[in-house]
Design a protein around this ligand. Sequence first.
Ligand code: SF4
Ligand code: SF4
Length: 114
Amino acid sequence: MEKFGFTISKGRQIDYESNDRRIAEYIFEREPSFRLCIECGGCSATCTTGNLTQFSLRELHILIKRGENDQVRQNIRKCMLCGKCTLVCPRGVNTRNIVVLAKQAFQKSDEYAI
Ligand code: SF4
Ligand code: SF4
């Protein structure tokens, strides 16, 4: 097929109805400070892993809350649980625990197909 030199971008609408918010609910129940995040990016700016890779904790928070989990599942293991992000968060979000809980939730969803 002849190429015209342009592509059609994938739609970026957030479909909350069909997205899977169970990972977010699992974290909200166990770590209420997750709700306090204002997506300022302070955690990503100081992140040890983020300095060396494309990993962004801020982005992962947003994707988890939207229920867009595929990218989170692929990237969450890059976190080394060093805790620097927790020290700098201006909202007192227990970011390290959020990563731990997200890993737990993915593991449970794999084991029990919840
Ligand atoms: S530093 Fe805290 S408030 Fe800012 S994006 Fe990270 S978790 Fe959210
Ligand atoms: S705990 Fe994870 S997300 Fe936080 S600064 Fe360390 S590597 Fe980055």
